[in-house]
Design a protein around this ligand. Sequence first.
Ligand code: MG
Ligand code: ZN
Length: 185
Amino acid sequence: MDRDGTLSHEVGYVNHPSRFRLYPWTVAAVRAVNSAGWLAVVVTNQAGVARGYFPRSVFEEVQKRLNDEVAEGGGRLDGVYACLHHPEVGLAPYRVDCDCRKPRPGLLRRAEAELGADLKRSWVVGDRHGDLQLAWNVGARGALVKTGYGLGELTYLAPGWARPPDLVAENLLEAVERILSREAS
Ligand SMILES: [Mg+2]
Ligand SMILES: [Zn+2]
């Protein structure tokens, strides 16, 4: 799962923890993933750190809020992986042409190595084309949600995409429910 625009409101750079707000259905979606016995993993690009828009501590505080709010609702995130880098902007150590900035597969490779995620049987759910490309780069499938940038990408950009999303859903909860029922049948 992507973070901004998928789990939480897309507000631009989350440069203060107070700007971070989960969608009302997010915890239910995570619980559904948990109940199905799948791994619930977050993969997010947070280049605002590399750009110097906010310190790493803000990112870490948001991570804690995300984990705490999901846990308070009875859900569990098995892994939260973030790329804080940017290839051309900012200062070391964050200014680097890394292998983990989506759609490059480094974050998912970590989930594979550390959690045993079976990427070929996995889905990436996100609100941007890069999330779909990430999925396809590792042989997973990609679901586009209409929250965040999703509706705009679907309306204005998707007609030009070489490959359509494997699934389009109103939001994360619908995406999870449809993915789980597809995989169960
Ligand atoms: Mg997003
Ligand atoms: Zn990176």
